[in-house]
Design a protein around this ligand. Structure first.
Ligand code: SF4
Length: 890
């Protein structure tokens, strides 16, 4: 280093966001500063990170952290808080039985945390009422795996995504949700790999694909059944593989025969062009090396298990499984959804992939020395909160998740939390929408402080390592659970002193009396925990396993896979004249779940600063919905006001809203309170992808924004649209209302309360514009602009004034005039989060002649860092007007 000091050694750890499970090299510096880079030695990402991973270093501050146990509003010691939690759970169990208590846990937990919670609930409390938020993510894939393979087994590995000649993305916007994997497949595509996207939306994944099937909502089963029927007609079934390794083919074939499977009929039902459908079927039939990726778009459905089985059926019938470049591949959303599945974090699994039959219960009881192993599956996520609502659950412990935002029908979930007699929340953040309902809050470690293991979507176990010492009184989740278990009298079974001890116990359980269960970590039992290298299970004798079923043997009693007949069904809730549109919810590129971490990084809030709804122009026009205007989206459960994005990328008849915003960022723009609570009958996974809805313009009479050094909550007593958008040195608050001058004045007075310093003010009452700012000791403190004319200046240059040590005379004039000084320009919403390149800057580069993504990168820098924005730049390039000269040449 230039100053002669030694650089901190890099610690190899794992990204805490999506199911790709990228390896990270992290160097901690003074004052919790952190430099991160992709780990070139990690097989999942080979040195790459996406925009969220690149920003990890800016999420490790202590802002907003919960740093001591809280009982109500007062700080408490660990002993007191732990004793209270133990006592209230014991009282509920004594009075109402073990099924009167529940844990709702998270794919954010490490495997060791999960293991401890599962052991306490299922082995010592004696109930299986522990379920994970992974229920919302991939429970349908789990159910399909169990039915088809005999256990919850992901057959493939990431290398298959590169070896495949065809990748089918089924309800999977990999470009945004799993960006690093998508870049690996983009590279394969440059070598000739074909991409087919099955998705009602023209996502960035679909934009560059060879074929996009924008199917009607909930017609996936029809599409895949039609494919299998076509494969049978074409003679593309691998009869020898089926005869040797698969049962149920005849039953599936007979079931297919009960409906018209002609491409014309299937295309009509799916709402896609027959030629496109036939092109997909022909490509699939002709391509032995095919991987079918399925994710939330497939799983989050009342038909999610049937969709997974329909995909698996096509692969089993063609023998495309267990071979390089060929498999059905469920991709998880969360960083450790797989680890949760392994230890038994789902209410319908006991532990280590074992169930609730007598033999499994007896085996687990012997291993744990457990007095009362749960006898039957417990309540799944939606059922659990329904039970809290109707009074069956008397004590609930929520660990590392935010169900008040993330569950469907989230308003009812809030009612359930309010009604539950005793709610414990263990979290690293002090103030989440869920934590507001807690009677006891327990401070947990955050990423960068935790030490343990996670499993990614390809069954690869990696280490998360601590970079900083525990702050305040924060404690590892497994240790918190163990403390409560000891306070409940189960100390002997929860006496671990380290995460390594917990992991070894988990590994020993996977190997215990294991007569062929694939989940086998026996090779890791004696491994040096700190030195565990990323490894795919089964991991026997220290080595991992890339691909499952290579020998054609499955985890069923006879070793044969099962094909299961599945029939398309109608959506759980039909459209009606009152709610004629289908609301689909999902994720965006730069935010993670409920923004408790990514919302701390201003650069990650620039790509989509506000909640929005996408709507097709043909649906928007008759309703008077304009692009960029506010719109009210309503379902039978509630209403949200969000910005309309009118786009042909959205299928006609559908709406799309992202799910991330919370009370802290946009109380009136939340998506999940609108989502109906219908669930898949087998998996219990909620249907986030279809709720009947309607939309209408908001028709505000005025708009405004307020910039301040502190984040502000929505002003009470005013019925306004309100959002908060963080910047580097201030917070931007956007407002809109439908009242008159009195409403604006009440807001102004509310915001001016406590303001100090010199007031700079301009008002044009006739023109409906007002601008005022407070300056103290030469520095800008706050800015408020309102207008009734609908025009407000860009906010970026104003936000940058907060970073200045002293406000210049030019800046003062600009505040009054409402126009940026000098040559400041509006770069537009950020496309490249790493280098902060706005959409207008990229558009200028394209207009100036940058002809491909690399040329745009050379001109602007966009897309040259993590690459997550490259699909969006490609989309902008594809949409540019073609010159007359080029048109003639074409
Ligand atoms: S793709 Fe991005 S969010 Fe997912 S693990 Fe990798 S860096 Fe993290």
């Amino acid at each position: 280093m230039a100053d002669g000091s030694q650089a901190a050694p890099a610690v190899r750890t794992t990204c805490p966001y999506c199911g790709v499970g990228c390896g990270v090299e992290a160097r901690a510096g003074a004052g919790r500063s952190l430099a991160v880079a992709g780990d070139p030695a990690h097989p999942a990402n080979r040195g790459r990170l996406c925009s969220k991973g690149m920003a990890l270093g800016r999420t490790v501050g202590l802002e907003g952290r919960l740093l001591s146990p809280m009982i109500g509003a007062r700080k408490a010691g660990w002993d007191e808080a732990t004793a209270l939690v133990a006592r209230r759970f014991e009282e509920a169990i004594a009075r109402h039985g073990p099924d009167s208590v529940a844990f709702y846990v998270s794919g954010q937990l490490l495997t060791e945390d999960y293991y401890a919670a599962n052991k306490l609930m299922k082995g010592f409390i004696g109930s299986a009422n522990i379920d994970t938020n992974s229920r919302l993510c991939m429970a349908s894939a789990v159910a399909a795996h169990k039915a088809a393979f005999g256990a919850d087994l992901v057959p493939g590995c990431y290398e298959d995504l590169e070896l495949a000649d065809l990748v089918v993305f089924c309800g999977h916007n990999a470009a945004w949700t799993h960006p690093v994997l998508f870049r690996r497949m983009e590279a394969a595509r440059a070598r000739g790999q074909k991409h087919v996207v099955v998705d009602p939306r023209r996502t960035d994944t679909a934009e560059g694909a060879d074929l996009h099937l924008a199917l009607a909502p909930q017609t996936d089963v029809r599409l895949w059944n039609g494919l299998l029927a076509e494969l049978i007609r074409r003679g593309a079934v691998d009869r020898a593989y089926v005869a040797a390794h698969v049962s149920g083919f005849e039953a599936v074939e007979a079931a297919l025969g009960q409906a018209d499977q002609s491409p014309a009929a299937v295309a009509a039902d799916c709402g896609v062009a027959q030629a496109d459908l036939e092109a997909f079927y022909a490509l699939f039939a002709a391509t032995p090396r095919t991987v079918s990726l399925f994710s939330m778009g497939s799983n989050q459905s009342a038909q999610g298990t049937a969709k997974g089985l329909a995909i698996v059926n096509a692969h089993l019938a063609t023998g495309r499984i267990g071979k390089p470049g060929a498999c059905p591949f469920s991709i998880t959303g969360q960083p450790n959804a797989m680890g949760g599945r392994e230890v038994g974090g789902l209410a319908n699994t006991l532990a280590a992939h074992m169930g609730f039959d007598q033999a499994d219960r007896a085996r687990v009881a012997r291993f744990w020395g457990a007095p009362r192993v749960a006898e039957k599956p417990g309540l799944k996520a939606v059922e659990m909160f329904e039970a809290a609502h109707d009074g069956r659950i008397k004590a609930l412990w929520v660990m590392a998740t935010n169900p008040a935002v993330s569950l469907p029908n989230a308003g009812r979930v809030r009612e359930a939390l309010a009604r539950c007699p005793f709610v414990v929340v263990s979290d690293c953040m002090a103030d989440t929408d869920t934590a507001r309902f807690a009677h006891v809050k327990l401070p947990a470690l955050a990423w960068g402080e935790k030490d343990g293991t996670v499993t990614n979507s390809e069954r690869r176990i990696s280490r998360q390592r601590a970079l900083f010492p525990p702050p305040g009184e924060a404690c590892a989740d497994w240790r918190i659970v163990a403390q409560v278990a000891r306070a409940m009298g189960f100390g002997d079974a929860f006496g671990w002193g380290s995460p390594a001890a917990v992991f070894r116990e988990h590994a020993r359980l996977t190997a215990y009396e294991n007569a062929g269960r694939p989940l086998d970590l026996s090779g890791l039992i004696g491994a040096r925990y700190d030195g565990v290298e990323p490894v795919q299970w089964p991991a026997r004798d220290g080595g991992g396993t890339e691909r499952l079923f290579a020998d054609g043997r499955f985890a069923t009693s006879d070793g044969r896979a099962r094909m299961v007949p599945v029939r398309p069904g109608p959506p759980a809730a039909p459209l009606s004249t009152g709610f004629p549109l289908s609301l689909n919810t999902g994720r965006i590129r730069d935010q993670w779940h409920t923004m408790t971490r990514t919302g701390l990084v201003p650069d990650l809030c620039r790509h989509a600063p506000e909640p929005f709804v996408e709507i097709h122009p043909a649906d928007a026009a008759p309703l008077g919905i304009e692009d960029g205007a506010l719109a009210r989206v309503a379902t039978a459960l509630g209403e949200a006001t969000v910005v309309a994005r009118v786009t042909e990328r959205q299928r006609r008849g559908g709406l799309f809203m992202p799910m991330h915003w919370t009370d802290a960022f946009a109380a009136g723009g939340k998506a999940n309170p609108l989502v109906a609570g219908a669930v898949d009958p087998v998996s219990g996974q909620p249907e986030f992808k279809h709720t009947p809805a309607r939309v209408r313009p908001y028709r505000e009479t005025w708009r405004g924004f307020h910039l301040s050094r502190r984040p502000l909550a929505q002003p009470e007593g005013l019925d306004l649209v309100w959002r908060r958008i963080p910047h580097g040195a201030c917070h931007q608050h956007e407002f809109a209302g439908r009242g008159g001058a009195e409403e604006r004045e009440r807001l102004r007075c509310s915001l001016a309360k406590g303001a100090a310093g010199e007031l700079i003010r301009f008002e044009d009452a006739a023109g409906g514009a007002m601008r005022e700012a407070y300056v103290a000791e030469g520095r800008l403190q706050s800015v408020l602009f309102t207008t009734t004319a609908g025009r407000l200046p860009p906010r970026e240059w104003l936000a940058e004034l907060f970073a200045e040590a002293a406000l210049s005379p030019e800046a003062r004039s600009a505040l009054l005039s409402g126009r940026a000084p000098g040559a400041a320009r509006d770069a537009g919403p950020v496309v490249c989060a790493c280098l902060k390149v706005g959409v207008h800057v990229i558009a200028e580069a394209v207009a100036a002649g940058s002809a491909d993504v690399d040329a745009v990168g050379r001109a602007t820098g966009a897309g040259t860092s993590c690459g997550s924005c490259r699909p969006e730049i490609a989309r902008m390039l594809a949409a540019r007007p073609v010159s007359e000269e080029k048109r003639h040449a074409a």
